[in-house]
Design a protein around this ligand. Structure first.
Ligand SMILES: Cc1cc2nc3c(=O)[nH]c(=O)nc-3n(C[C@H](O)[C@H](O)[C@H](O)COP(=O)(O)OP(=O)(O)OC[C@H]3O[C@@H](n4cnc5c(N)ncnc54)[C@H](O)[C@@H]3O)c2cc1C
Length: 431
């Protein structure tokens, strides 16, 4: 019997699932549905499109021949609802698509600002390629822009706008940037570099209203009464998993679609993976969200394998991101911070809830001007690290933390006052 696989979402989780299905089921009918006219492209790459460092063509990972080799049907359209009992999905144009196995790989969507004026056309968010093109279009004509929010995306937008607009204001509700992942010195380093590049930082500033003139954005008024004239407002205050289809169909949903270790949702033959999924993690006993490209790829692959009859448990790797913060290459690995961040509702993009599960580790740091290394030292293992600038320790640390290597032989040296951490690691890890 030919199995009918339907995948909602043609981004990294959906495509990884399709690839995994094809590895074991050469005859199955795979349908990949997307409501994004641009299909499958690198969302992390959008930041580099904004700064002009890459072209739009470089965002697309698969060539037409590679799509053909996958042998799937691509449907452009929005899924309006799921009918789990009837085993079918209904598109917005009322077409029904029956399935034997269904994957929800619907990703996440930017949270909206609630202040008056937030619906004006020059208030933008960065979810998709269409959004990035719109931001570029508006930025080229804007004299001043205001960016609101936290995490990686807010900073990426700040840096993209800085290339195109004369004046960029960055509003932070709190005192410092990304307070539940970076420590105070790391936040300060990022903000100082932005300020040196001419970005105007406004700490403890919250948007009270976005004002308009003749239907166009004219400025932002803060709750402290400050008025900042601008023609563009970019909002990056966090993302929400796209779990509405699952919720409406009666599946178990918390923040995202709840799935077990096999990435099965609560209805028969339905799986979820990627940003939309809230995945049970046996290591912490919690169901967690991640908004990371590689995690979505790994989950998609496991879900696809299981949809095609496998029974693989999803073992979450130590979440990590290698990104650029105000021009400084930064790797974040494992548990490095805790608590909420005033600038983000829930989770931002390129983020992991695991990073904020730090409890009783000891912190050691080694820093020069822009090279900073922070290690979170547990009883026997390193539980997390932030590497800013010089990236030589990044890969070995990914291994050390990911594999939970026993660091007893070097622990005392790492914890000694003013320990040269990078040198100790280099010596130990043979860098
Ligand atoms: C600007 C930006 C910067 C980022 N930076 C980083 C980074 O530095 N590092 C990192 O690891 N990650 C980063 N990310 C996050 C990363 O891109 C996501 O974790 C990843 O794309 C999630 O993949 P996904 O397949 O789960 O969902 P998505 O990529 O969000 O795709 C979801 C898909 O589902 C489709 N869809 C949703 N609902 C429906 C529906 N009802 N009907 C039809 N189709 C539907 C959408 O059209 C889309 O194709 C960034 C993301 C953005 C936007």
């Amino acid at each position: 019997m030919t199995i009918r696989y339907v995948i909602i979402g043609s981004s990294i989780a959906g495509v990884a699932a399709a690839e995994a299905i094809r590895q074991v089921d050469h005859a199955g009918e795979i349908t990949l549905i997307s409501d994004d006219p641009h299909g499958y492209y690198s969302r992390p790459g959008l930041a580099y499109l904004l700064t002009g460092e890459i072209s739009q063509a470089q965002l697309f990972p698969l060539r037409e021949a590679e799509w053909r080799a996958l042998g799937l049907r691509r449907v452009m359209g929005e899924v309006a609802r799921l009918e789990p009992d009837a085993h079918q999905v209904i598109l917005a144009d009322d077409r029904g698509l029956p399935y034997d196995r269904l994957l929800l790989a619907t990703g996440s969507t930017a949270a909206r600002l609630k202040a008056p004026g937030s619906d004006l056309p020059q208030v933008v968010m960065l979810d998709s390629l269409a959004d990035a093109r719109r931001i570029l279009d508006l930025a080229r004509r804007a004299r001043a822009a205001v960016v609101v929010g936290g995490g990686i995306t807010a900073l990426e937008i700040v840096e993209g706008l800085r290339v195109h607009c004369r004046r960029v204001h960055y509003l932070l509700r709190g005192d410092r940037y990304w307070s539940n992942v970076l420590d105070e010195a790391e936040s300060r380093l990022v903000l100082a570099r932005l300020a040196a590049e001419g970005v105007q930082i406004h700490p403890r500033a919250e948007v009270a209203e976005i004002t308009a003139q003749r239907g166009r954005v004219a400025g932002v008024t803060t709750t402290a009464g400050e008025r900042i004239p601008c023609d563009l407002v970019a909002v990056a205050i966090g993302v929400l998993p796209r779990a509405d289809l699952a919720r409406a169909a009666g599946l178990r949903v918390e923040r995202g679609v709840l799935v077990d270790e096999f990435l099965r949702a609560s209805a028969a033959d339905i799986y979820a993976a990627g940003d939309a999924a809230q995945v049970y993690d046996p290591r912490t006993g919690k169901a967690l969200l991640d908004t990371l490209w590689n995690i979505a790829r790994g989950q998609g692959a496991v879900a696809g394998h299981n949809m095609a009859g496998g029974s693989q448990r999803y073992a979450k790797p130590m979440p990590l991101n290698v990104t650029r913060l105000a021009g400084v290459t930064t790797t974040i690995i494992g548990r490095v911070g805790h608590g909420p961040d005033a600038d983000v509702i829930g989770i931002a993009r390129g983020d992991s809830e695991t990073w904020r599960l730090l409890d009783d580790a000891l912190v050691v740091e080694d820093a020069t001007e822009v090279n900073r290394l922070r290690l979170l030292v547990g009883q026997k293992t390193l539980v997390g690290a932030v590497v800013m600038g010089d990236q030589r320790p990044s890969r070995p640390l990914q291994r050390l933390i990911g594999e939970g290597t026993d660091i007893t032989p070097i622990r005392a040296r790492l914890l000694a006052p003013h320990a040269p951490l990078a040198a100790i690691l280099a010596e130990t890890l043979d860098l």
